[in-house]
Write a protein of this length. Structure first.
Lengths: 421, 104
C-alpha cells in the first residue's frame, strides 16, 4: 500500500499527540500532521484542576512531548489552527484559512468541551475549565478569603474545590443530584470524599437546583432551590460568589464529523478497532463512543486521561493496518487533598459487592457479576494506598477472572496470587 | 569513598515486590526480583514525582502507581509512554540478611 499522502490527526491533546508519536514509533515514514486549536504544545490536562490551581508557583505546561521530540519524530504540529471541513472523497482536510492537507488515514481526536450551564445573563464571574488558559484564568482570580461557588460535584468540580481550599478560598459546591459523584462512583466511596471535603471546610449542597442567577456589587448571586443538605445557606437561598466555576460534564466535539456525514452516537461512533463509518477515518479519546467488548459490547464514551492515551496509540496502529481491537479496562483516578481515588472497570453494574480494607482508612469495593466475574474495583485512601491492588484488579477484570470473594475481602491474601490462579 | 547504607532486612521485601527507603533527605525504592535478587532505584517516578514503592512489580518491571509509567528496575530503563526519562539505579548488596545500598 503506497502511503504517500500522509497521516493527519485533528486534535493535539493527550490523545492526538500520543497517536502522532505512535505512528512514527510504529514505523510509519510518511508525513504526519498534528492539528490543534490551542497555541501550546500538546500538554497533559490532569494537573489543570490540581497543581496548576493549588500550587504555590505559577504553573507551566506539562508537555506530552517537547518541541524537539515532535521535530525529531518529524511531526508537523500546526498549532492555533482550526479544521473547518473534511472532504472524504478527496481525502483532504481544510483549515480555516483555506489551506488543505491531504491524508491516507485521518484520526479525529477532537476531545470534548465543558457543558454550559443553561443560564442567560451569566456574569463575568463564571468560568469553565478545560484548557491551560482556563486554569490560569481561574488561578489568577483565586485569593484567600474570596468566595468560590462550584457548580457540579463531579471530579473536576471536587478537585477544583480542594485546590481552591488550598489557596484559602471559601468554597461551596452545588450539585443537582442527590449526592456527589453520582456517575460511576459507588456511594460508599463518594461518602468518604464528601466527608473529607466537609472536614476541609467545603460546603456541599447536594440535591440542589439552580433556579436563577443575578449579580450584585460585582458578586454572582446564585439562587438555589430544593436543597436537602444545607451548610450555611438556607434551603431555597442564595449562594454568593466572587467566582463561579462550572463543572457539569463535557460534550464530545463532533461537529466536524457530523458535517462530514460520519455516524455520531453520544460521540463519534467507532467500532472496536476505533474506525468510524468511513474506513479511512478513525476517532479516539473523549470525542468517540465505542463498543466495550468486556461489558457485552455496550457503547460507552470515556473522558479519561489513560483512555485517551491508549486509544490514541491503538488508533495509530490501526491506521497502519494492525486491525487491533480496543479491549483495555477503563481506569481513572482523582486526587483531592491527600486522598486518591482509583477505579478500574465500570462500577455501575454487578450483583454483589465485596469490601477489602487495607488499613489507614483505605479500602476497595469489588463489584461482582451474578456469574462470579469481577466487573470493577473502586478504591480510596491516603496517598497511593489503593494503587497496587486496583492495578491487580484491573488485570483480573481484563482476564474476566472469577476470584473467590472471600479472598478478595481478605487483605492477608495478596491479589497477585489470584492472578496466578 | 562510597559507603554502603543499610536499607532493610532481606526478608522485609517479598519476592517480586518493592519497598520505600528514605535516607538523608533522599528517597529510594528497593526491589526483590522474582528470582530473589535485590535492586534499588530513585524512589520517585521521572514523570510526575509519584513514589514507586506504591507501584506494582511484575517480573523486571516496576509500574508507577498513578500513571502506569513502566521502568525496568534492574537497569532503570523507561519502557514507554508516559515516561521517557530513565530512572537512576544504585548498587545493592545483601550481607548477613541485610540489604545495603551504595547511594553516593
Amino acid at each position: 500500500m503506497a502511503m504517500s499522502r500522509g497521516m493527519v490527526v485533528i486534535g493535539a491533546g493527550e490523545c492526538g499527540a500520543r497517536a502522532a508519536l505512535a505512528l512514527r514509533e510504529n514505523g510509519y515514514d510518511g508525513p504526519i500532521t498534528l492539528i490543534g486549536e490551542e497555541p501550546h504544545l500538546p500538554y497533559e490536562r490532569p494537573p489543570l484542576s490540581k497543581e496548576a490551581i493549588a500550587g504555590a508557583e505559577a504553573p507551566e505546561i506539562k508537555a506530552v512531548a517537547a518541541g524537539e521530540r515532535l521535530a525529531e519524530s518529524r511531526i508537523d504540529h500546526l498549532s492555533g489552527k482550526t479544521v473547518v471541513a473534511i472532504d472524504r472523497p478527496a481525502r483532504t482536510v481544510t483549515l480555516a484559512g483555506g489551506e488543505t492537507v491531504p491524508y491516507d488515514k485521518l484520526l479525529l481526536a477532537t476531545g470534548a468541551v465543558p457543558r454550559r450551564l443553561p443560564l442567560t445573563g451569566s456574569g463575568e464571574q463564571m468560568a469553565y475549565l478545560r484548557t491551560f488558559d482556563d486554569a490560569l484564568a481561574i488561578r489568577t482570580r483565586l485569593a484567600p478569603g474570596i468566595r468560590v461557588a462550584i457548580v457540579g460535584g463531579g471530579f473536576i468540580g471536587l478537585e477544583l474545590a480542594a485546590s481552591a481550599r488550598k489557596r484559602g478560598a471559601a468554597v461551596t459546591v452545588i450539585e443537582a443530584q442527590p449526592r456527589i459523584l453520582m456517575r460511576g462512583v459507588p456511594k460508599e466511596i463518594a461518602s468518604v470524599v464528601h466527608a473529607e471535603h466537609e472536614r476541609q471546610g467545603v460546603h456541599i449542597l447536594s440535591g440542589v437546583q439552580i433556579v436563577g442567577w443575578g449579580e450584585r456589587n460585582g458578586r454572582a448571586q446564585i439562587i438555589v432551590d430544593g436543597g436537602t443538605t444545607v451548610g450555611d445557606i438556607a434551603r431555597g437561598g442564595t449562594v454568593e460568589a466572587d467566582l463561579v466555576v462550572v463543572g457539569i460534564g463535557a460534550a464530545p466535539v463532533t461537529a466536524l464529523a457530523e458535517s462530514a456525514g460520519l455516524t455520531v452516537d453520544n460521540g463519534i461512533a467507532v467500532d472496536s478497532r476505533l474506525r468510524t463509518s468511513d474506513e479511512n477515518i478513525f476517532a479516539a479519546g473523549d470525542c468517540c463512543s465505542f463498543p466495550m467488548t468486556l461489558y457485552g459490547g455496550r457503547r460507552v464514551r470515556l473522558e479519561a486521561w489513560r483512555n485517551a492515551q491508549e486509544q490514541g496509540a491503538l488508533a495509530a496502529r490501526n491506521m497502519l493496518g494492525a486491525e487491533l481491537e480496543h479491549t483495555a479496562v477503563p481506569w481513572f483516578w482523582s486526587d483531592q487533598y491527600d486522598f486518591s481515588l482509583q477505579i478500574a472497570g465500570l462500577a455501575d453494574g454487578g450483583s454483589s459487592v465485596v469490601r477489602r480494607d487495607l488499613g489507614a482508612g483505605a479500602f476497595i469495593l469489588f463489584h461482582i457479576a451474578a456469574d462470579g466475574r469481577l466487573l470493577s474495583a473502586s478504591g480510596i485512601g491516603p496517598g497511593n494506598a489503593v494503587a497496587r491492588d486496583i492495578r491487580l484488579a484491573e488485570m483480573l477484570i481484563a482476564r474476566q477472572a472469577r476470584p473467590d470473594p472471600s479472598e478478595l475481602a481478605s487483605s492477608d491474601v495478596k491479589l497477585k496470587t489470584l492472578l496466578a490462579a | 569513598v562510597t559507603d554502603w547504607i543499610e536499607a532493610c532486612g532481606a526478608d522485609d521485601i517479598d519476592e517480586e515486590d518493592v519497598i520505600r527507603f528514605d535516607h538523608d533527605g533522599r528517597s529510594f525504592a528497593v526491589y526483590r526480583s522474582p528470582d530473589d535478587e535485590y535492586f534499588a532505584t530513585d524512589g520517585l517516578c521521572t514523570h510526575e514525582k509519584v513514589h514507586l514503592a506504591d507501584g506494582l512489580v511484575m517480573g523486571d518491571i516496576i509500574e508507577c502507581p498513578k500513571h502506569n509509567g513502566r521502568f525496568n528496575y534492574k537497569t532503570g530503563a523507561a519502557k514507554g509512554a508516559p515516561v521517557c526519562v530513565n530512572l537512576r539505579t544504585y548498587p545493592v548488596k545483601v550481607e548477613a540478611g541485610k540489604v545495603f545500598l551504595q547511594i553516593a
